[in-house]
Design a protein around this ligand. Structure first.
Ligand code: PLP
Length: 387
């Protein structure tokens, strides 16, 4: 059997894969089994922050692999401590819990909210409110948090204690909170899987005020938007929000599994010994990789990310076949006249890998993609969208 047949026979059939096997890569270029080269405009869904086989990232991983590849959380390791410090210093948050994925980061946030509310607002205060069209993960609890019915259908009963409202509808949120049993509101600043839909800034600041005035936690899911993706370290900084909890994963370790739940001063002592844990969370190799990623997210670098985002945005805005452009920095959604999946297929044919999100073409290239590749990719996408 060839690789396609082996995979289709032995790997759980949860992914509808394109007929391409990726065998190698360098930066923002990847190569398939036939030697065809592609510009990677998806970076493993916002994961390979500095591209494939980035030399600085490899050095960080390699150095740590030769020291200690894993140690249980019963002992201290340097990369985990340094990474937590770096994340707190760059955000003003106070403490970090490490897991292995976005869903786990959100699970931690939900546990923090539930324990905090039980201790500070009463045992019945346990509801987490999220937005319609949101995406927060695939575990049964983060599915319950996800405000999209079609993800729920096959897997009931889900974890109880979640409610959803439409972004922008503050009155609906007020109604949900009227009973006094809402512990936290969990939002994405830009809904990623939901179709690259940014939050309205006026609504975001109203939400920030409302949660603070009503002693409800504001939790921001930055699993996709985080770690420099939008031109700030975290997207909530564009909106001037004051989150109590920030979760992230995807691009954090640049290609190794790592999730983080950042807690503000207000909630940083909620979890104590034995309340939560993870065997792999804070793994030294993943943490060393993440430290190298986070240390490279300087103000100058983030300004370059924003510039690359503008370059792309300008290329697409008003172009034939493009109805609209959404997103921030290097997280962009293109509403195309042709179906997004057709555009993505045509791009792949012509050597550019893109993603979709709902009815949009979604672009999440590496943060350091060279401008010439960015222009080349834009030309291919424009041609595919215009045909
Ligand atoms: C991808 C994603 C998740 C889930 O992350 P996993 O690492 O797949 O568990 C959660 N929230 C958002 C906003 C995401 O984009």
């Amino acid at each position: 059997m060839n690789i396609y047949e082996l995979d289709q026979t032995y790997v759980a059939g949860t992914y509808k894969r394109f007929p391409v096997e990726i065998v190698a890569g360098r930066g923002s270029l990847v190569m398939d089994e036939a030697g065809k080269e592609y510009i990677d405009m998806g970076s493993g869904i916002a994961v390979t922050s500095f591209g494939i086989a980035d030399p600085v990232w490899i050095r960080a991983v390699e150095e740590q692999i030769h020291k200690v590849q894993h140690m249980s959380n019963l002992y201290y390791t340097e990369p985990c401590a340094l990474l937590a410090e770096a994340l707190c210093k760059k955000t003003g948050m106070s403490r970090v819990f490490f897991g292995n994925s976005g869903a786990e980061a959100n699970e931690c946030a939900i546990k923090v909210a539930r324990k905090w509310a039980a201790e500070n607002k009463g045992p019945d205060c346990s509801v987490i409110v999220t937005l319609e069209n949101s995406f927060h993960g695939r575990t049964l609890t983060t599915l319950a948090a996800t405000g999209q019915e079609h993800y729920h259908e096959l897997f009931r009963p889900l974890t109880p204690g979640f409610a959803h409202f439409r972004a922008g509808d503050l009155e609906a949120l007020k109604a949900l909170c009227a009973g006094g049993n809402v512990a936290a509101v969990l939002i994405e600043c830009i809904q990623g899987e939901g179709g690259v839909v940014p939050l309205d800034p006026g609504f975001a600041s109203a939400l920030d005020d409302f949660t603070r005035e009503n002693n409800i936690l504001l939790m921001v899911d930055e699993v996709q938007t985080g770690n420099g993706r939008t031109g700030k370290i975290y997207a909530y900084q564009h909106y001037g929000l004051h989150p109590d909890v920030v979760t992230t994963a995807k691009g954090l370790a640049g290609g190794l599994p790592l999730g983080a739940c950042l807690m503000s001063e207000k909630v940083c002592h909620v979890l104590s010994y034995g309340d939560h844990g993870s065997t792999f969370g804070g793994n030294p190799v993943a943490s060393a990789a993440a430290l190298s990623v986070v240390n490279r997210l300087t103000d100058d670098f983030l300004a370059e990310v924003a510039e690359k985002g503008s370059l792309l945005r300008e290329a697409f805005t008003g172009a034939p076949g493009i109805e609209s452009v959404s997103g921030l920095g290097l997280m962009l959604g293109l509403k195309t006249v042709k179906p997004a999946s057709e555009v993505v297929s045509a791009c792949m044919e012509n050597g550019v890998l893109c993603l979709t999100a709902k009815d949009k073409v979604r672009l999440l290239p590496a943060l350091n993609i060279p401008n010439d590749l960015l222009r080349k990719a834009a030309d291919v996408i424009l041609a595919a969208a215009a045909q």
